[in-house]
Every structure is written in C-alpha cells, then in structure tokens.
Design a binder for this molecule. Structure first.
Ligand code: IVH
Length: 674
C-alpha cells in the first residue's frame, strides 16, 4: 500500500471508530459487536505502525499513548473555574430565588435544574475541533495538566462532531460510576490497600495517576455541564448550551429540566431526593442555574462563586443501628475482611444489615465494638459503611473486636505483612483460596497447564477431586470423563498437560506457588540463587534480602509461606508427585551477552517482551526496567516510552556515550536470529 492510499484508509477508519465510540460511550447504544470494533482498531493500529508519519495525537489509537510522568505541569484556565454556593434546604433555595429577583427587578427568570455529580471538575480545551489539553480545577485559576489521563476516558471526544469555535473550553465532572467504585474498593480491600472514601476521591485519585495506563483501567466517565470559553458560540441560554454541547459530541447528562419558577425547581428537587438512588452514578445534590446568559452576566459573581447558580445539597443519608456481630470472611486472595452485622435499617433506598469494615485498622480508628450504637451510611450511595460509633450510648457490655489468629475457613495461622493493612491466610490449599490458587498454578506463565480453565477447576472443586495443587497430579482420565463437556479425548489431554507441567522447572514452580509479592522476576532470582525448593524453604531472611531486588517485604512473605505447615505439606506432596523442584542446569549455549544489561521499550513486531527477555537471558544477558549508566543496550520497538527519551538524553548529554540504541532488526542480528 502506498502512503496516499494508507492516508485515506486511516482517515476512514478513524471516522468509523470515532462514530462507534460515540454510540457506545456517549449514547450508550452500540450497533456493532466488540469484536467488530476491535477489528477496526487493529487495522488502524497496523497501518499506523507501517506508516508512523500518519499518527496524530487525536487518533483513537493514542488514548493510552501517554507515559508515566514525574509530576503534573500546571495549566492556566482561560476563565476562572468558580465553585458554587450551597443551599441546604428548600428555604435556602427560595432565598436564592429572592436574591436573583431583586437583582433583576420585574424580569421573568427561567432556571435549569441539573444533577450535581459527585466527581471532580475538569476543563477541556479544543482547538479547531481537536482535543488539545485538559486540566483539574486546581485553585480555580491554574490547574494540573492531566491531558494524557483524560484521553483515556472514552466518552471525551478527541475530535468534535461539528464545526466549533477555533478555541473552545468546556467544563464537566469526571466521575466513577457506582458499580466501578464498589468494585475498585473491593479490589483494594483484597490487595490490602486502603479503600477510597467516596467516588470523588476515587475519581480524583484515578485522574491524578502519573501513569495513564492506571487511569485507563479505572472505568471513569464524564458529564459536560458548561462552556468556559467560546468565541461566537451560537447559544444565548444555558439550556441551548447543553443542547449545543450534546450536538458537538459531548456526553451531557440527560436529567436536566427547564423551570419557569422556583416552585417548579423545588418540585424537581423533591423528585430526585429519593430517585437519585436509582442512578448508576452518585449525585450529591442538584445545581440550579439561571437560564439566560444575559441575566447571568448582570448577576455576575463573587470572588468564589457565581450569583446565578446555587447547589441544592441533599441531606446526608445516615441512620443509627446496633452492631450485633462482626464476622470475618476470607476472600479468594486470602484476605480476611471483617464485616459488621447490624439490625436492619433503611439507607439510600434499600434495607441494609451488613457493612464491610475493610480491615482491623479502620475498626480501631472508628472505635467500633460489638453491641455499639453506630452511624451507618452508604459511600458513593452504594457501599454500606459504618461511619462511627456512639460511645455515649455504651452500657459497658460492648466487646472490642480482635482479628482472629487463625483463618476461619481452614484454621491456618494468619499473617499480616509489614506495611500492609490486610491480614491474610497464607495457606494455598485454604478452601476459600483454592480456586484462585489452582487457576494461578496452571496459568500460562506459571506451570502452563493447557485446559485447566475456570470451568474445569470449578468442577474439580465441586466434586472434591482436588483439595490442593498437588492433587492435580493424582487425577486420572476416569476421574475426568464423567465431568460435563469433558469426554475421553479432552480428559486425556488435560491429564497429559498436567503431567508435562512436572518438568517446568524451579523458576516457574516458585512463581506458581502464588507466594505473595513473588512475581516471575523474583521467582527467577530465587531459583538462580537457591537452586532447589528445599534450599529456598530453609533460606533465612538475611539470605533472602542479600539478593539484589529482594527486599524485606518479599523476604517476609517467603518466610511466612514456608513457615505455614499447610504449605509445607503441599510442597512435600508436589515432590512426592514427581514435580521437578530443581533449577535446570545453567544454559548450555554460548553466553555471548554475559554481563550485558538491556532495557526494552515499545512494541516489538517479531517478538513479545517475554520472548526477547528469554533470548537475552539465554545468552547470559540481563533485562532491567530502567535506563541508567549501567545499561548497555536499549531495544526500541514501535511507540517507545520515556525510556527511549532518557537513552537519547544520556547519549546526547555525554553522560553515557557508549549506550547503544537498537532497532528490532539490529537486535535480532545481535542475538543471531536475523
Ligand atoms: S456548575 C460556576 N454544574 O460542583 C459554575 N458544577 O461546588 C460552577 N459539579 O466545582 C460549576 N455537577 O465540580 C456545575 N452540573 C454541575 C455540576 C457541578 C457537579 C461540581 C463541580 C464544581 C462543584 C461546585
């Protein structure tokens, strides 16, 4: 394909992808399947790889193109981003109306009422219809440049659907939908990280990630609610502006109402008081805005907030109940989560009887005891939480909570690693953890047992065929044939795949055991240092931390793992089953890269990163993650990251003139694979 043809096709693909993106993320009404969408994206990516000169910042492929940063630059807003005055009840809303009317004597005033989304305010700047930059509110005058992170939000158009003023600044609220907020906090509990208090903190924390790839994983969304700057915008009222913004391709919340007087406004407020709990995102109030821009201008603003708008805040939904019990559940990653059980109360639209207490530190901080009267609420209108206890109501019979010393599911002694809030069951054969343990054990980069997927693992567990990973090696074809959708051939295949996994070697076995904080990298180092599982099991903390890159956290975790009798039993049974627990003899081939250090950046075409790493290591070289003076080679693929910039800088500045930058073909020649 020549450049001209490619250019045309690239443009066609972008239009089509933008259109489907809009249907999916803004209108919530997709017309093609995910697979069809992926095919379009892949075609565009392939073309942009072949013709890098066609890549533009607003291409749909560039949404997660940003790189981790050191910090955020600042960006000045074109006009100040003000905040809103609050009204806490109907009377205060009527007061607002009186103030407006007395400043506009004799005039009729229309109001728009819209959702006040619980998120964080951002400003987006478009130049000639293209998204150029975005910022947080900051101090109202100057915010932080979060352009790369905002680009990961699919409902933000990178290119507008219609001609727009040459410079357009719009304002909106980035938020995390209730479900995503609940899932994120669950994941944080499971990972032993402190939960976010509300969707606003979750959204702010996500948007301020230095690595846009983390932001991209956070399921953020946006509603645009106003224009900050636009010369010659074809609108005279706020309601017209909302319609115009929508036509430009922005996601505008549909629940806004134009009201002719303050009584209508209050009716809308009353309606949403209860109805808001049915929305998939949290709203902390309603915003009432004077509709006509001419009137807004005459009303003006104070230093902090416009006189033409007010935020009607919903009263916080709280209730008082009595804690009957604190139970402890074991999650699939082994984390013990305390849960409060209390007398049923109505809260934000539902009856609740339980609330997660996250971890023992939070229970201590909030001073929550069994028998206590407590205030409960729903974080983000979705997660029941115990806010605080009411010590004044105590009788003296209340019982402080103590985390159990043993796992409620299997009885193993639990552990709390240094620097973590979570208490965990370390037993990989714990019934609560076993499903995850098995899936991890059989996964590609671990023991690579083809066919050991979630469906079959569930069957094995349901029928009691495996109680730990070592049981896998006792499975016979006859055990598997009766399982649904198995049959003789696939049963044979699975038994053979399990048998083959015995020879994966020590490195993969260590990783497969699922020792907390021991990833592939650490497993490799440990295998090389100790040579056998027995030696690793006996290693002292000093021996472990003596290995570069093995810190006290990993060392403590390894010690705890092997100090758990249940895990020692599993390991013994693996040995008895014939699993090879020794490191393979050192690679036989010529060690042409001995002592050389490599850094990989960007996407290679002929190899995955893992394959490149394997080749380098098989020749005696080392792969590290950061470019430094100790780096010998930087291998550069398509769309390289900041490592490439750093390498260029080190060479150019004379700091490291011997550093070599290799393209993929040069690398292949170096390792003899060209
Ligand atoms: S209008 C000058 N509209 O509430 C007008 N703000 O307390 C200022 N917010 O910083 C904003 N939903 O983060 C407006 N529909 C909405 C809103 C909204 C949420 C937030 C915004 C602002 C804060 C003001």
């Amino acid at each position: 394909m020549d450049l001209e043809t490619a250019k045309k096709r690239v443009e066609e693909l972008r239009r089509e992808i933008e259109h489907h993106n809009y249907l999916y993320y803004v209108l919530d009404a997709p017309v093609i399947s995910d697979a069809e969408f992926d095919a379009l994206m892949r075609e565009l990516e392939a073309l942009e790889r072949r013709f890098p000169e066609l890549v533009t910042p607003e291409s749909p492929t560039q949404r997660v193109g940003g790189r981790p940063r050191e910090g955020f630059a600042t960006l000045a807003h074109l006009t100040p981003m003000l905040s809103l005055a609050n009204a806490f009840d109907e009377d205060e809303v009527r007061d607002f109306d009186r103030r407006v009317k007395s400043a506009l004597p004799g005039e009729t005033v229309d109001y728009v009422v819209e959702m006040k989304i619980d998120g964080l305010a951002v400003s987006l700047v478009y130049e000639d219809g293209l998204f150029r930059r975005g910022a947080t509110r900051g101090d109202g005058e100057v915010g932080e440049d979060i352009t790369a992170n905002l680009k990961t939000i699919r409902s933000i158009p990178l290119r507008l659907l219609q001609p727009a003023p040459p410079v357009l600044e719009v304002r909106g609220e980035v938020f995390m939908p209730k479900e995503a907020f609940a899932r994120l906090n669950e994941a944080r509990d499971a990972a032993g990280e402190p939960p976010f208090a509300n969707p606003r903190n979750a959204a702010a924390g996500s948007v301020r990630q230095l690595d846009p790839r983390v932001t991209a994983g956070r399921k953020l969304d946006i509603f645009i609610y106003g224009v900050g700057f636009a010369e010659g915008a074809p609108v005279r009222t706020h309601s017209e502006a909302l319609a115009w913004l929508k036509a430009l391709g922005f996601k505008v919340n549909k629940h806004w109402r134009l009201c002719e007087n303050i009584e209508q406004v209050l009716e809308v407020c009353r309606y949403w008081q209860e109805k808001r709990f049915d929305l998939p995102y949290a709203v902390d109030g309603l915003v009432v805005k004077v509709d006509a821009f001419a009137q807004q201008e005459r009303l003006g603003a104070t230093m902090k907030s416009p006189r033409w708008a007010v935020a009607y805040k919903f009263p916080p939904e709280e209730a008082v109940t009595v804690i009957e019990d604190i139970i402890v559940r074991v999650g699939r990653t082994g984390v013990l989560t305390p849960t409060a059980v209390f007398a049923p109360v109505r809260l934000a639209g539902t009856t609740v009887t339980r609330a997660t207490l996250h971890n023992e530190d939070i229970i201590r901080e909030r001073d929550i005891r069994v028998g206590d009267h407590v205030v409960v609420y729903k974080a983000g209108e979705i997660i029941p939480e115990v806010l605080r206890s009411l010590p004044g109501k105590r009788t003296g019979k209340e019982l402080p909570f103590k985390m159990p010393a043993h796992c409620p599911a299997c009885g193993a002694r639990v552990i709390r690693l240094p620097g973590e809030v979570a208490v965990r069951c370390p037993n990989i054969a714990c019934p609560a953890r076993l499903r995850e343990s098995l899936l991890h054990y059989g996964s590609r980069n671990a023991m690579d047992i083809d066919g050991l997927g979630p469906a079959i693992v569930d069957q094995l567990l349901d029928r009691g065929l495996v109680r730990d990973v070592a049981d896998l090696y006792r499975l016979r074809v006859e055990d598997l044939v009766p399982l649904p959708r198995m049959g003789r051939k696939s049963s044979q295949n699975l038994v053979e795949a399990i048998a083959r996994s015995k020879e994966r070697g020590l490195e993969r076995l260590i990783f497969a055991l699922g020792i907390r904080h021991v990833g592939e990298r650490a497993a490799k180092l440990l295998a090389a240092r100790f040579g056998s599982l027995d030696r690793l099991a006996e290693a002292t903390e000093e021996e472990l931390t003596a290995i570069p890159d093995i810190g006290p956290k990993i060392a403590a975790s390894i010690r705890d793992f092997f100090a758990t009798p249940e895990n020692r039993r599993v390991v013994d049974r693996l040995v008895a089953a014939g699993v090879n627990t020794r490191a393979a003899a050192a690679a036989a081939g010529p060690q042409t890269l001995a002592g050389k250090t490599f850094v990989l950046t960007g996407a290679l075409e002929r190899l995955t990163r893992d394959e490149a790493r394997e080749i380098i290591e098989s020749l005696g070289g080392r792969v590290t993650s950061g470019v430094s003076r100790r780096t010998d080679y930087v291998v550069v693929g398509a769309n390289p990251g900041s490592k490439y910039d750093r390498a260029v800088e080190l060479i150019r500045s004379g700091t490291h003139p011997d550093l070599k930058i290799l393209r993929e073909d040069e690398f292949m020649r170096l390792v003899g694979r060209a």
